[in-house]
Write a protein that binds this ligand. Structure first.
Ligand SMILES: Nc1nc2c(ncn2[C@@H]2O[C@H](COP(=O)(O)OP(=O)(O)OP(=O)(O)O)[C@@H](O)[C@H]2O)c(=O)[nH]1
Length: 415
């Protein structure tokens, strides 16, 4: 690495920072949600970075309230390093002024497409940041169902796994032993000797991921050291000449910005009607996942369903898999959802404009529940089947709410 770092504080005085990464939909937010409930997260700050126009994840993490910061103007490994520095500076200053209780730990959840190297570089090389914070480790979440294909197909997934100090494998409940074994072999090849742990629905004790070891060049594997340190084709080293600062946004190593993300990956947001018919929505999304699943890296969003508009449902899909919807108690605060319309964020690879237009049109003209129910009954393999066995109000049935329960006068039809 091209520079020395000013670290005025004793390393033990510096605030440990854990970088939580992992490919799109791997289970980072689910894990974070479990972590923030643990006692040693009481004075932790959480920085959440999202890819896409509408930040959602920070609404889905139970509060460490004002200590949750959304970095939402881009991906932290590209344009966002200035924002990351600013967020860390602000936290440090507010903590010193006692505006907020002293911060004891920081957790950064990167986007699913982030390259961790520039984040580590910022922590190690930015003068202000490195004097006050120290990287405690990179924790990478890997999806047991899609992980192997993602490692083969997406260099971001490969970099995240290779740089990990801890590898957490999620969704083993959805896969078989052979798939898991093949993934473990690949992970061992990509990042030999790194502790791997199976995590079910995000449940992990914080001491299993914290204290992963101070991140230094000396402890990084040779391949990782290359990414962090060495100039090579497609990579660059920051230019340090007398009189220039040690760090500035965008000069971190790693592939050049344009090369850092696969240019075939893009995101778009679809605004939904004020309320959607649940069966109509599920049937339509099922067909979309079925048709375009290999190009849909991630789909997530909030949906307002007829009859329960004040409690939107959180929708999660990864490729052609839909996960059970989760009901929020209320709409998240803030401008993004002020109109109380649902929105879906699509992160796609190689999806044509025509296909995007088709998806938009399908979601703009949802069939009525009664029509969709018949379609769904004739499609036993619909990816959104798990949504339809959930207790969600349908338009054909009256429902009312008592103390947070949604009461329906008749049982919705299970398909
Ligand atoms: N069955 C099962 N589902 C899981 C598990 N872990 C996470 N999920 C589900 O996977 C979906 C995606 O999880 P998230 O935590 O939002 O994933 P993420 O990595 O934060 O996603 P991005 O922020 O888009 O990159 C959600 O529906 C989770 O409930 C698990 O161990 N088992």
């Amino acid at each position: 690495m091209a520079s020395t770092t000013t670290t005025s504080a004793n390393p033990t005085d510096r605030i440990p920072v854990t970088v939580l990464t992992g490919f799109l939909g791997a289970g980072k937010t689910t894990l974070l949600n479990q972590l923030v409930r643990q006692p040693d997260m009481a004075n932790a700050a959480v920085l959440i970075n999202e890819f896409g126009e509408v930040g959602l994840d920070h609404h889905l993490v139970d509060s460490v309230d004002e200590n949750i910061v959304l970095l939402d103007s881009g991906c932290v490994c590209c344009s966002m390093q200035g924002d990351l520095v600013q967020a860390l500076q602000t936290l440090s200053n507010r903590s010193s002024r006692r505006d907020i209780p002293p911060i004891t730990r920081v957790l950064i959840e990167t986007t699913g497409l982030a390259d961790p190297a520039p984040v580590i570089y910022t922590l190690m090389e930015h003068e202000f940041v490195s004097a006050r914070y120290v990287c405690d480790g990179i924790v990478t979440v890997v999806d047991a169902t899609h992980g192997l294909a993602q490692l083969n197909r997406h260099r971001e997934a490969l970099r995240q796994a290779s740089m990990a100090d801890r590898l957490l494998i999620t969704k083993t409940d959805l896969t078989d032993a052979a798939t898991l074994a093949a993934l473990e072999v690949r992970l061992e090849a990509v990042n030999p000797g790194t502790p791997r742990r199976i995590v079910r629905s995000g449940q992990i004790r914080s001491d299993m991921i914290f204290g992963a070891g101070i991140y230094t060049k000396g402890t990084a594997s040779p391949e990782v050291a290359t990414w962090l340190d060495k100039p090579s084709r497609g990579f660059r080293t920051p230019q340090r000449t007398a009189g220039t600062p040690a760090w500035r946004p965008g000069n971190a190593p790693g592939p050049r910005r344009a090369e850092r993300h696969d240019l075939r990956v893009r995101s778009f947001v679809i605004e939904l009607p004020a309320t959607v018919p649940w069966y109509g929505f599920a049937a339509t999304m099922g067909r979309i996942l079925d048709t375009h699943g290999d190009k849909l890296l991630r789909v997530k969003g909030l949906v307002a369903v007829y009859g329960t508009e004040t409690q939107p449902l959180v929708i999660h899909c990864v490729q052609n898999v839909a996960y059970p919807a989760v009901r929020l108690d209320a709409w998240p605060p803030g401008e993004a959802f002020a109109d109380r319309h649902g929105r879906m964020v699509f992160i796609v690879q190689d999806l044509s404009e025509a296909d995007e237009a088709g998806i938009r049109a399908a979601l703009a003209h949802l069939p009525a529940d009664s029509v969709a129910a018949r379609t769904v009954a004739a499609s036993p393999w619909l990816p959104t089947k798990c949504w339809l066995s959930q207790w969600v109000a349908t338009t054909s049935l009256p429902s009312y709410q008592v103390d947070g329960w949604i009461v329906q006068t008749r049982r919705p039809r299970r398909l």
